[in-house]
Design a protein around this ligand. Structure first.
Ligand code: CP
Length: 322
């Protein structure tokens, strides 16, 4: 089912997670992103859609893809963009996130894009300010624009133009426990009808994810032949306490995606990774750089998806819904 702007009113002033979105919200957002794709292929990569609006990037954790993508997305929509990092801001002097948000907002801001190491930080900020808040990754909770761009890429690559993922099996592999990318993907993929298999060592794949409608597996080789899409997650060493697996060699042997392993997968299988990639651990370089890989396509699609997000959250008039 295709949803058009004529019959749909976007209701969310903030984007805090995919969990809060309906299936129609997700489809409409992806449809809107499709409309913005062409802007990035023109010789003049700009549209006046958000002229006069102000977008602020508040990044309290490192980022390459998400931060630059939001900056470019806002610029391509002709918004003014301000960059603020934890290091170098008054957060380092003890100012709270809420105070930081309110002070930045006092300069006349329309959207705060926030990345923070604490789960729930984006929600907390949204309660402190009146402008829109977009979650660019909060702790282990959600990374909604990553989930959306992943799903956009799957649909593009597999020809699902109607954003219906029925009959498709997506394996999310690796460090599920610490992954906000996994949680956002699970919410979005399940809403659009995909079957989701979570694969990883028991230490990184705790029980409870069945409640989100997922199948759990501790053996990648067992599920290989059934999978249409592999989404390989980064092992988040910085969040792992103690030893989650015997050695990186053992992890790569059990859960790394290799050319040999892919011989048992469907020929049309695609491989994704949100980045940054630990080459040789989660995925062999020959796969990451090979024809099945959608990794750079994911990054390209992040722009259109983030343009759609900035456009939609600023389109909501009061009274605001979350
Ligand atoms: N995928 C992702 O969030 O990458 P960055 O940490 O570089 O933004």
């Amino acid at each position: 089912m295709s949803i058009t702007a004529a019959d749909y009113r976007w209701p969310h002033r903030h984007l805090l997670g995919i969990e809060q979105l309906s299936a129609d919200d997700v489809r409409f957002l992806l449809q809107t992103a499709k409309g913005f794709e062409a802007v990035s292929t023109r010789s003049i990569k700009k549209t006046p859609t958000l002229r006069g609006k102000v977008v602020v990037n508040l990044f309290f954790e490192d980022s390459t893809r998400t931060r630059s993508s939001f900056t470019l997305a806002a610029s391509r929509l002709s918004a003014d963009v301000l960059e603020l990092a934890g290091k170098g801001s008054s957060i380092s002097k003890g100012e709270t996130l809420a105070d930081t948000g309110r002070n930045i907002e006092a300069m006349g801001v329309d959207v705060l894009v926030v990345r923070h190491h604490l789960s729930g930080a984006a929600h907390q900020l949204s309660e402190a300010v009146s402008c829109s808040v977009v979650n660019a990754g909060d702790g282990q909770h959600e990374h909604p624009t990553q989930g959306l761009l992943d799903i956009f890429t799957i649909c593009q690559r597999l020809g699902r133009d109607d954003f219906d993922l029925s009959g498709l099996t997506v394996a999310i592999v690796g460090d599920i426990a610490h992954s906000r990318v996994a949680r956002s993907n699970i919410h979005g993929l399940r809403k659009l009808g995909a079957h989701v298999i979570l694969v990883g060592p028991p230490t990184l794949l705790p029980r409870g994810f069945e409640d989100m409608g997922c199948e759990l597996s501790y053996c990648l080789d067992d599920v290989l032949p059934r999978v249409n899409v592999f989404n390989m997650l980064r092992v988040q060493f910085e969040r792992i306490e103690g030893q989650a697996f015997p050695s990186v060699r053992e992890y790569a042997h059990m859960f790394g995606l290799t050319e040999k392993r892919l011989e048992n997968a469907k020929p049309e299988t695609i491989v994704m990774h949100p980045g940054p990639v630990n080459r040789g651990l989660e995925i062999e370089s020959v796969i990451a750089d090979g024809p099945r890989s959608a990794i750079l396509q994911q990054v390209t699609n992040g722009l259109a998806v983030r343009m759609a997000v900035l456009f939609l959250v600023t389109s909501v008039k009061e009274p605001a819904a979350v």
